[in-house]
Each structure stands twice: as structure tokens, then as C-alpha cells.
Design a protein around this ligand. Sequence first.
Ligand SMILES: [Zn+2]
Ligand SMILES: [Zn+2]
Length: 272
Amino acid sequence: MELELWGVRGSTPVSGKDKNKYGGYTSSACLVTSEGEWIIIDAGTGIKKLGEKMIKHWEEDPAEIHILLTHFHLDHIIGLPYFAPLYSPKITLNFYAGSNPEQTEKYLCGLMGGRYFPLELGETPSKKVYKKIPEKEFHIGGVSVSHCPLNHPQASVSYKLQEKEKKIVFATDTEHPEEGIDERLASFARGADIFIYDAMFTPKEYESSRQGWGHSTWLEGTKLAKEAGVHKLYLSHFNPDHSDKQIDKFISLAREKFPQTYGAMEGFKISL
Ligand SMILES: [Zn+2]
Ligand SMILES: [Zn+2]
């Protein structure tokens, strides 16, 4: 399977010479499984470019796309109206979220139509199916998908995608506990090959004024990675105010604590 990162920024898209290395699009990633299924995690602004690639890939053929939503904060769904497959009658979009299917549809419809967009979501030509993520793990083709609740305002979930022995865990919007680490997340991520974690704030920013905002730091990421025995830690959900230089700096600090630390980067592909 191959994971491609399409957006690694948190909160709001940004641009600028000092943001080019990691990229300015918000959360979106796509896993292409060995059996050829496409599983998308989140629909931030990064999903637009992904959609252009998908449309070219399928051209005339009908296709099923699976979109796992971690939660409904704008940085995780705002790219959806600009996702080209939404406008193809040959495509079925399966949306999975922690909420009931009716709620998921309502939240996503709220993004479009009215004064916000020329079309309602329901008027777009693709077929849409809304699903609540089952409590227990479920399968999309050859990949098993499970989830774990995270500590985030209005709730968010972490997803684990496993194909044969290979595991990828996304935990992009979460705040660590006051004391110790999030044991539930550590056990969920146990032994993951790739662990993608929320590095929105520096420890200093977090301590000075960002407690209770629902995000974490590179330092907490290294603690969790160590405890969970993951192979590689990818810091992500970067602060829109952090420059490439600042991110480089905290990745090198993180490597002193957990040597297999990397920065998630737009356009980056990881084969497993
Ligand atoms: Zn976010
Ligand atoms: Zn959020």
C-alpha cells in the first residue's frame, strides 16, 4: 500500500516562501491499497489536488471512493466542494464519520448551498453514501480500519489502517493529558509503522497560552511514539504561523528524543 500526503497544515491554509517545504494545504491524505482501493483521510484543502489526480486516473470508469473523516472542523472538510470526483456521476463517495449518517450529511451539506456555494451538496452528480464508523474494526477491501476517540473540542477520532502486518495511525487533532501520556492512544497505536501526530504548538506555546485548545506538541508526540513503540513518527497538522525553518528546528529537537521522527510534507509518498 502507498500513503500520499496532500495537506499537512492545521486550522487554515497558508502560502508563502517560508511555507513551501512542508506546504500550506490543510489535512488530507490518501491511501492506495495493494488491491487498488482509494481511502482518503479528511477533506481539507489538500483534497483538491488529489481529486484532479483521481479524475484523470479513472476517466471513464465508475469508481468507489472512501473518505474517512476525523471530525468536522473546517480545516478537515473545506476542500470537499472543490473535489473533482464530487461532480462525476460515475463516482460513489462513501463518507465515514463518528456521527450518525444523518448528522454527517447535515454537517457536510452545511458547507455548500445557501449563501456559501452555488450548488447544494445533494445537487452534485456523484452518488453519496453516509456511514457511521462501526465500534469494532471494519474492512475496506483488504484494509482493516479501526478508530479511537481523541481529546479535541466537538470530538475527533484517530484512524488505524492496517494491511497485512503494516499499520498506519493518524492522530492529527488531539490534546495530550495534563499528566503523563494518552494511554488509550498509545495502546491503539502500538507497533504502528507510521504514526502521524498533531504538532500544532511548540511546548513553549502550549504551556504559555494554548492549553485546552485541543492540540499537542512535537515533544508529546515523541513521548507517545516511544511508549507505543512505533517505527516512524510523522509530525503533522502544522501551525499556519510556523515557517519551514521553525518546523525544521523542532523536528531536529524531536529527533533527539525519538530518532525516527520526520515532518509530514505535502506531496510526500510513503510505501509500505
Ligand atoms: Zn484540525
Ligand atoms: Zn479540529
